[in-house]
Design a protein around this ligand. Structure first.
Ligand SMILES: Cc1cc2nc3c(=O)[nH]c(=O)nc-3n(C[C@H](O)[C@H](O)[C@H](O)COP(=O)(O)O)c2cc1C
Length: 154
């Protein structure tokens, strides 16, 4: 069965110390994992420099319903849909919601990602972002371990 994959970015709207913010993001991921398991969704959430970038993938109705809830969530602002495409298979099939936390390496990598200003097609930029997120999850297995869970690949 075909699945859909959605990519968006938003401005984080969380108050508190760095540790407090880490805790709040961990709570978002905990709730997301439980909901996504029930909805057949997988994906990844990257947060760095006050920005969230998230991929959601699964059946279209579940992707849309979840994105609608996410858009209403006051823990972030200026939610911008980057891409919603049909896909042959999941990129994040092993993660109910793989969490990628800010660190300097990731910040450097994210700042290297092509942006709209570079005048490259949006699809290329979206693909580069998604591949980078997957690479970061695979290369940080301990951090991602709690989120790693096999779903069937439909
Ligand atoms: C950055 C961010 C990412 C989120 N990702 C998900 C997600 O992947 N799945 C999900 O069900 N909820 C996610 N949420 C939480 C939803 O916005 C919402 O709070 C949650 O689904 C519970 O909704 P409900 O209280 O209407 O049941 C996310 C929230 C934020 C701020």
């Amino acid at each position: 069965m075909a699945i859909h994959r959605l990519l968006y970015r938003s401005d984080m709207h969380l108050a508190g110390t760095a540790a407090g913010i880490r805790q709040q993001v961990a709570e978002i991921v905990r709730i997301s994992e439980a909901r996504n398991a029930a909805d057949g969704l997988t994906g990844a959430l990257l947060h760095t420099r006050g920005v969230f970038i998230q991929v959601l993938e699964g059946p279209l109705p579940a992707v849309e319903a979840t994105f609608e809830r996410i858009c209403c969530d006051l823990r972030h602002r200026r939610v911008e849909l980057i891409e919603l495409v049909e896909a042959e298979e999941r990129v994040f099939g092993e993660w109910l919601m793989g969490q990628i936390s800010a660190d300097q390496t990731i910040e450097r990598l994210v700042s290297c990602l092509p942006t709209g200003e570079d005048q490259i097609p949006e699809a290329v930029s979206a693909q580069a972002t998604i591949q980078l997120m997957r690479t970061l999850l695979v290369s940080a297995p301990t951090q991602a371990a709690s989120s790693r869970q096999m779903l069937d690949t439909s």
